[in-house]
Design a protein around this ligand. Structure first.
Ligand code: AG3
Length: 282
């Protein structure tokens, strides 16, 4: 009986369990516990410290919305920074934009990248052949505090605020992001599922409002992140970026000539319409 159940116990009083038809890999890395399983519904699933991070079948939902929305809203992003994102699915989406000259990814755990390169090549293979991909194995907090470089878009593809990802939700970290954002740049953050993790969104928005002229969020329903919509935090000094007209997005999307499975300019606009219980937290 090679079948084992793996449970995510992230939320109080809930357990989200996935049956592993195969356990492909299990390791305690220097930073976290890592498990890769094969599941009938989601394909390959990566769990870090018992929380589902990415699955082969639905990764496009989260990665497309977190990469294409800021990049197309900005319209001329050349320097993009990803903090976290070890599975490299976010980098893959960002690199679809030919206008992106360099994609810097700062990930703390080298083993997540190595391992994902091997097991998630179905979506991340193009990243490793792309000369614009600049991987830095370092602490994201330190990087944003010390780098001399400036970015048009910063995408925080973190875990939840427990373990190594916790600092990526702090006022200090967001101040570092602001510090290395070009004028007119945009910051987007993974901000959890508000129905179950509302405090996280309230806290991040509180920090954003002290630092940026515009602080808000947009939503996406990720099949594996249970509890309904996930919130992606949005911060910029350029208020117009959040309300780029549909026609402009359509033109940019067409010019970018990228293929997507979730993102459309219409979905982009709609994502900023917040259900009231989420809008009340923002
Ligand atoms: N980063 C987001 C994981 C969030 C899971 N949280 C949750 N279910 N509430 C995943 C990394 C994908 N590149």
């Amino acid at each position: 009986t090679g079948r084992r159940w793996f449970s995510e116990t992230l939320h109080n009083g809930l357990r989200f369990s996935l049956e592993a038809s195969d356990v492909l890999y299990e390791e305690k890395t220097e930073h976290q516990h890592l498990a890769l399983i094969e599941n009938a519904a989601y394909g390959r699933v990566l769990m870090l410290d018992e929380v589902v991070q990415v699955t082969a079948r639905d990764e496009f939902v989260y990665h497309e919305m977190m990469a294409h929305v800021p990049i197309l809203a900005h319209g001329a992003a050349r320097e993009v920074l990803i903090v976290g994102g070890g599975d490299c699915g976010m980098a893959e989406e960002a690199l679809k934009h030919k206008g992106v000259e360099r994609l810097t990814q700062v990930e703390i755990d080298a083993s997540v990248v190595e391992f994902s390169r091997e097991h998630f090549s179905s979506f991340n293979a193009p990243v490793f052949d792309d000369p614009r991909f600049d991987l830095v194995i370092a602490d994201g907090m330190k990087f944003v505090a010390e780098t001399d470089r400036l970015f048009d878009a910063i995408l925080i593809d973190s875990t939840d605020p427990i373990g190594p990802g916790e600092v990526l939700f702090s006022a200090e970290f967001y101040a570092g992001c602001k510090r290395c954002l070009k004028p007119g740049g945009v910051l987007v953050t993974q901000n959890g599922v508000p129905f179950l993790q509302g405090g996280e969104l309230v806290s991040s928005i509180g920090h954003f409002s002290k630092l940026f002229a515009d602080a808000s969020a947009y939503v996406v329903a990720v099949p594996t992140y249970i509890g309904g919509h996930m919130a992606l935090g949005w911060a910029s000094d350029d208020k117009a970026l959040r309300t780029v007209p549909l026609e402009t997005l359509q033109e940019r999307f067409q010019a970018a000539a990228i293929e997507t499975r979730y993102y459309t300019p219409e979905v982009h606009r709609a994502a900023f319409a917040l259900p009231r219980y989420i809008g009340d937290l923002v």
